[in-house]
Design a protein around this ligand. Sequence first.
Ligand SMILES: [Zn+2]
Length: 72
Amino acid sequence: MNKRWTIDKIREFVEKNSDSTLLSTEYHGFSQKLLFKCSCGNNFEKTFTKFNKNNQRKCDVCQPPRESREAK
Ligand SMILES: [Zn+2]
């Protein structure tokens, strides 16, 4: 069964599972980019899917995007 995320649940998840803060106040679906505030003070945008499934829970400065090393 699919878990249905709401902006409140996402905010709670972000607070519990990362050092970042959710700034967006609306959630329209998994393809929407949400605005986060990193613990370093930078704001960054990411889809919740990436934040959640890909463990991208910080801004690009604290957690630089990596070239896919697994791809062959
Ligand atoms: Zn940062």
